[in-house]
Design a binder for this molecule. Structure first.
Ligand code: SF4
Ligand code: SF4
Ligand SMILES: [Zn+2]
Length: 325
């Protein structure tokens, strides 16, 4: 026995978990490797155990380092955000409670869309359309997230329609961000056979050819570098009813949490937004906190970029709904 540490992965374990006097933690990999001593010849098991042990330990130590990094980034960003809010409150003299949220951003850089990307997307549209019109009924199409998200998306739309002030603030967050969550849209933009078929079924006048043309006609000439093919400088080029339910339903955690808290407390607070340089999917890709890009105050007037005590009014309260940028 090696103290009270797992003889496979080295983690500390309760004495009750010992197996035949060996100390093995409850992890399934450690248990399986330890059990293999019963079925393998000892001269084969010893080198096998040594090799597998080192792999497990390397993986665990990489995972622990990653957890520590994530915790450090969250804590550093939170602290910087709190300080920025504190500075703003002191400089502006605002006494009302202000919530703090951190939002992603998208790269400012747009690039001309290559012919290769256009062709790839058009091939994707044609393939999905062929599948959409090749079935008797939409229910024959795969019951994946494209099929099943519709109910949750409708519920979410109804909730926001009943809470217009909350919807306006949520839209303000997405306008500030300009589509940090769209950075994985690639050259398929979540367009699926299911959504195409539902659009065709909803409008008997609409032909597959005209619907395809509408999608192709919406491709921007320049797009955010590395983002979705529909992600132009001014946000998503598709009208909302041509976007997938994946696009229309998705809300990042800060926005979803804000909506949930507002619904729970039945109160809509002003929000100090700290926007950072990462997009939705790469927050923990670097070793340290993501750069603070800008701060905004979202309130019942609209949203204002905040630079110390100076505020620039950007959005008005009656701004039209423009999700994802
Ligand atoms: S939902 Fe998407 S666009 Fe809106 S704030 Fe979150 S990441 Fe940005
Ligand atoms: S909302 Fe528009 S830009 Fe964003 S992923 Fe969907 S299609 Fe692409
Ligand atoms: Zn173990």
């Amino acid at each position: 026995m090696v103290g009270n540490q797992c003889l496979i992965c080295d983690c500390f374990v309760a004495p009750a978990l010992s197996v035949d006097r060996d100390v093995v933690c409850a992890d399934v990999q450690c248990r399986r490797l330890h059990d293999q001593r019963l079925t393998m010849a000892p001269n084969l098991y010893a080198p096998y155990l040594a090799f597998q042990k080192s792999l497990i330990r390397e993986r665990r130590s990489a995972a622990a380092a990653n957890r520590a990094k994530v915790a450090r980034i969250i804590s550093d960003e939170d602290e910087e955000g709190r300080l920025a809010l504190q500075e703003y409150v002191t400089a502006s003299g605002r006494s009302k409670d202000i919530d703090l949220i951190t939002l992603p951003s998208v790269p400012q850089h747009t690039v001309p869309l290559s012919e290769e990307r256009r062709k790839k997307y058009i091939r994707h549209l044609e393939t999905e359309m062929a599948e959409a019109v090749g079935c008797e009924d939409v229910s024959e199409l795969p019951h994946d997230q494209h099929y099943t998200l519709i109910d949750r998306r409708i519920t979410q739309d109804a909730f926001l329609a009943e809470n217009p002030e909350l919807a306006r603030r949520s839209d303000a967050f997405c306008e500030i961000c300009r589509g940090g969550c769209c950075m994985k849209g690639g050259d398929s933009a979540y367009v699926s056979a299911v959504m195409l078929r539902r659009q065709l079924d909803a409008d008997p006048e609409l032909t597959p050819e005209s619907l395809l043309s509408a999608y192709i006609g919406s491709i921007p000439e320049t797009a955010i570098d590395g983002g979705c093919i529909n992600q132009g400088e001014a946000g998503c080029g598709l009208p909302r009813d041509m976007r997938s339910d994946v696009c229309n339903h998705f809300l990042c955690e800060p926005v979803r949490d804000y909506q949930a808290k507002s619904a729970e407390t039945n109160a809509i607070s002003d929000v100090f937004v700290v926007q950072r340089s990462n997009h939705q999917w790469n927050r923990f890709a670097s070793e340290s906190a993501n750069a603070l890009v800008a701060c905004y105050l979202v309130d019942d007037v609209g949203y204002h970029e905040v630079s110390n005590a100076h505020e620039t009014l950007i959005g008005e309260q009656d701004v039209s709904r423009r999700e994802k940028g």
